[in-house]
Design a protein around this ligand. Structure first.
Ligand SMILES: [Zn+2]
Length: 176
């Protein structure tokens, strides 16, 4: 996905391509500054309880009808672990406590995010109810997994199914 910009977000002037920092970037002649396009950051949450993982069925494309881990984009002023907690609540009704960092993924071909941060979490409250862009939400055992979206849900759930998911690093960012 390209995220081309044609106008300066500061002053609204038309941008021209110019070399800056070793790359051709959109440049504003009025502001005399390049416009940097920042990576889009997403979070994905792995919530396990009694040997089951919490999944949502996607109501919209990409992957409509398939199942996925709760996930979404980090807002500009939001800590990633807070975004993970918010997405889990919005999509599943479950209140999660984010525990550890599982992985940081770079962009993949079909991915909407440039960087995806995966957390492990535990359910600490709430009531299971699908919401936001989830059509359904349910717990699944290793033996009865539904069709999953390819990435990163499938990669993480498949590792977990094989007993190889490393419940990794403690968090450094404060949850708000
Ligand atoms: Zn400008």
């Amino acid at each position: 996905m390209t995220r081309a910009v044609n106008f300066c977000p500061r002053c609204g002037a038309a941008l021209i391509p110019m070399q800056a920092g070793g790359k051709l970037r959109p440049f504003c002649r009025a502001c005399q500054q390049p416009v940097y396009i920042d990576p889009k950051v997403a979070v994905v949450v792995f919530i396990e309880r009694e040997g089951m993982v919490l999944l949502i069925q996607r109501a919209v494309d990409p992957g409509k009808g398939k199942w996925a881990l709760p996930a979404g984009f980090v807002d500009f002023d939001e800590a990633p672990a807070s975004a993970a907690r918010r997405e889990a609540l919005e999509e599943t009704g479950i209140e999660a406590r984010i525990n550890t960092l599982l992985a940081v993924f770079p962009k993949r071909d079909q991915g909407l995010a440039d960087i995806t941060i995966a957390y492990s979490a535990e359910a600490v409250g709430g009531n299971l109810q699908a919401g936001d862009d989830a059509a359904d939400a349910a717990w699944f055992s290793r033996e009865a997994l539904p069709p999953l979206v390819p990435f990163p849900s499938n990669a993480l759930v498949e590792r977990w199914r094989q007993g190889k998911l490393d419940f990794g690093l403690p968090l450094w960012d404060r949850q708000t």
